[in-house]
Each structure stands twice: as C-alpha cells, then as structure tokens.
Write a protein that binds this ligand. Sequence first.
Ligand code: ADP
Ligand code: MG
Length: 576
Amino acid sequence: MTSFADLGLSSDILRAIADMGFEEPSPIQVLAIPPLLAGKDIVGQAQTGTGKTAAFGIPLLERLPPRQTRPRALVLCPTRELAIQVAEELGRLAAYKRGVRVLPVYGGQSLERQFQALERGAQIIAGTPGRILDHLDRGSLSLDEAATVVLDEADEMLDMGFYDDIESILRRTPEGCQKVLFSATMPGPILELAKQFLPAPEILKVIPKILTVPSIEQTFYEVRPDQKLDALCRVLDAQGLRKGLVFCATKRGVDDVASHLQARGYLAEGLHGDLAQARRERVMGRFRAGTLEVLVATDVAARGIDVEDVEAVINYDIPHDVEDYVHRVGRTGRAGRGGKAFTFVAARDRYRLREIMRFTRARIEHSPLPTLHDVAALKTDRILEEARAVMEAGSLERYTSLMEDFMEKGATGMDMAAALLKILLRRDIGPDSRREVAGEDLRFSGPTQVPRGEDSRPAPPWAPPVSRPRGGRKPGPPGTRHSSPRVRLSFNVGSRLRVTPGDLLGAIAGETGISGRSIGAIEIHDNLSFVDVPGEQADEIVRIMNAAHIRGLRLSVRRAGDGLRTKRASGEKVPT
Ligand code: ADP
Ligand code: MG
C-alpha cells in the first residue's frame, strides 16, 4: 500500500493532507503524482470523486517556486462551482505553504473585482474557460510564466462548448508548459485535443469495475451537512439497529461522529488508522460480540472488518468512488441475510450519487427521513411484535398474577397497556434516557431554512410535561432528570488515559450486563470520571466494576463521596 509519504512529498504538504484527514492516496493519486512531480504531461481518466483535484494539485504546489507572484498554474474547470471547489481544495492543500494564493476566476463575478484580485497577484488560478480567455484578451492575465495548465473535467468542458476557448488558451501557454488533462470519459474530441496539445503524455486510467450489490435495500436521504448528526440518530432509532456500520470520509469525521453518538447515549466507537492496534482490536471485538451498537469507520479501517451480521451500513459521507460504495454496502447483507444501506446526500454530492447508480446499476431509492412520529410508530410496532411473541410463548402466569393486584384498583387492560408502552418508548427514545432529538419540523430538503434553536423544538408526544433541552450526557444535578433516583459513582480513570464516555458506558454495560440506556450523565476529568447509574443497581455495579480494567488499569469505583461535592460547592474547580 502506497502512503503519501512514500510519494516523496514535502512536510508542508504532508501536514496539510493530514489535516484534511486523507489516510492514503487514492488510486489516481498514486498513479498521477509521481509523473506530474517529474514534470510530465498526463492524460488521466478516472471517475468523479476519485480525488483528481489533489492528484494534480499536490504536484502543482510542490513545483511552485518560492516567492513567485505571477500566475504559475492554471486550472480550467467547466463550471463556476467546480472552479470554486478546486480553488478551495488547493487552498487547503497549500495551508502550510507560505504566501501561496489561489484565485478562482469565473463568469458572473464582477470583472472589476477580478482585475483587482489579479493585480494583487496569485500563483494559481482556477477558472472557467470563457472568463479566463476574456482576461487574457484584456491583458489582465498573462500565462507567460505558466508552468502547468490543467484541463479538469475535460469532457464536460467540451460538452459545454468550450473547445475553441480551450484551444486559444492552450496556444498562449509558453513552450514546455506542463499540460494535464483529466476526464471521466474519453470521446473523440478529447483525444483530438490531447493529440494536438499533449503529444506524448503518460496515459493513466482508473476505471471502477462494475459490481453489483443486488440483495441490499438501498436508500438515500437528502441531508444538509449540518443536519447529518440528527439524521443519523433518526435512522439509527427508526431502524432500531443493534449492529450498524457508519462510514465517514475522514478520521476526524469518525472521531466527531463517534463522540457525538456517545454523548447522545449510543454504544458507539470509532475505528481508524490512528488508533493503536490493540485498541482497534478491542473495538472490533466488541462490535463482533454485539456490545457495540454502532461502529463508525473510514473506508481504510473498515477493510479489516469481517463481521457477518451487520444489519445496515450508513454512508454518513457519500463514498469517494463507486468501488468504495460497493465495498461499504457489501459489509451488510452477508450470509444471505437481507441488509440495508442508507446514504446521506448533500446537494453538492448529487452528481456522485448519480455516478454510483450508473456504475453499480443499483436502485437507490430516495426517501424522506423518518420523522419522530415514524420513529415512535416503528418502535411501537417492534414492541408489540415482541409482546405478541411473548404471549404466544405462554407461561405468563407469574406476571398475570402480579398484574391482577393492580387491575383490581380500577385500571383497564387498555390503560395499562398504553401506560406500559409509554414507559417503554420513553425509556428508549424519550428525553429521559438518551439522545437529543431535533424537532418535528426539521426539513431535510427544499429551500426553507429551518430554525434550529432548541427552544423552538416541539416536544415529542412522550416527553414529560416539563422537558428541558438536553445537551447529551452532560452532568446535571443527580436525580432531577430521571424517574428512578441516580447514584453518582466515581471511577479512577479519566482523560489522561484517553478514556471516553463510550469507554465507560461500554465497560459498564459489557461487564454488568445492565443496559447502556439506563446509565445517565458521564463526566470525564483528568484522572477521574463520574457516572450516574440507577440507584438500585449502584452496589452491584460498584462490586463488579472494581474487578474490571480499563486501558490496562484496574478500576477503583466508589459512590462519589460528599467530600468532592463540598469541594466543588466551595468554588474549587474540578478540571474538565
Ligand atoms: P474528483 O475531482 O475526482 O471528482 P475530488 O478531487 O473532488 O474528486 O475529490 C473528491 C473528494 O475526495 C474531496 O472531498 C476530496 O477532499 C476527497 N479526497 C481526495 N483525495 C482523498 C484521499 N486520498 N483520501 C480521502 N479523501 C480524499
Ligand atoms: Mg474534480
């Protein structure tokens, strides 16, 4: 496996790449970066979403001489959106290259402003052919010192009628200027253009195999990026997943999503290449054993996953290429069981979804996100189904006699059933137990901006009369939020040992067998953590957990003493 470091990149670029969360170069990057660094011309064919921008962008930045102010590189893109996207990506890659300016130049923006920006100097220009030609004609842009010209998405540019413009731009580049052409397809006119301007290029081709994933029910949701977390919780809840695999594009994304899920009370862990091998194995072990509900992973980390009974795959970030989609989705529905796949699609990713559908020939159905009422209805179905199965199995005499006492006091069977259902639903999704859910009016597509203030969120039907906004598992005064009194336990581990709420939740649930859902607030300090647990189970938890280990350290667990509370009340801060 080739790493970015193997490609011989400078430390500036490697740092930027690490910040961006790229774990390893994509196939087209592995193929294109070395010859481009060597100054060769390239004709590259690769699907959308395969990382072509960095493939040409990294060498382009590496070849930039210091203190250059005149345009050194030009990237031609078919649309203004793509020009902006390319400029943004190049800007991120250049984050540690001092003094590098990347300027997007496209039609529709005021010429006056572009004159000024060009006047100030930029080493890299990403623009649409028409507007670039316009500046060349007006003399506000010169390619005299251009060392590289990139034709990005060449087939689309030709489809849009830019052939002549591209030709005249290329004619104005100096002798020996490196030329790079990337295109998803290679129709005749592209080959012609290539023959004329790139007489002896290296030809690179990365084409995904057409693979199909037939037995998996595939759905996509249109979700704005800032709504993804809420959407993820909805899907997890609506599906009632016991074993779900969530894919993120980057390591940082994995960490973010995993810790948000933990904070909302899910048994979730992240998996990516930065974690020590031992930890990865532990996480995998828990996922396999079923003590994790949700595993959040990058594509690379997930390659090692061999788990048979994954119920669903959720593409939190749409995969970079078609093959990744196939690999991801293929993680579910194994051993003949029907799996499900859900993909979140932001407006700017729609083209990628189309690409996936075209190449996998998959039917990915559009669906509105489940509403809170859907979630409640689905849970009710499941609970009632379970109840029916229990009734069929019989042997309920003991419970019937327990109920009889209550029924004599005048409640009907229907009242009692409804009350029990309410309790179960509330325990599972209500504000009493876990997760903060967004309001019913959360709309996931369409132009309307949705108010996201917590106060504007209507309470779900099962909410208690006075519902307070929850910020996940934040500490609160013990016992006020919960129907059963909680007891606060202290654990002798904390953030120094990189212990997360998920670790504690998982350890307690795993060791004692009590439901992760019944555990309340978790507070992590440097060398100490507090966990609110149901009062009636506190002693049992203390007993069992005192024999358990976290991060190799034997735990010492106690009921949190009054001493500490007094200390905090007297104003001494406990570090967080
Ligand atoms: P293309 O131009 O081939 O359609 P892009 O260059 O736009 O693809 O890249 C698609 C997405 O993949 C971008 O969000 C980019 O930041 C990301 N990306 C590029 N290279 C990598 C990589 N090696 N690892 C992870 N993500 C990457
Ligand atoms: Mg591109």
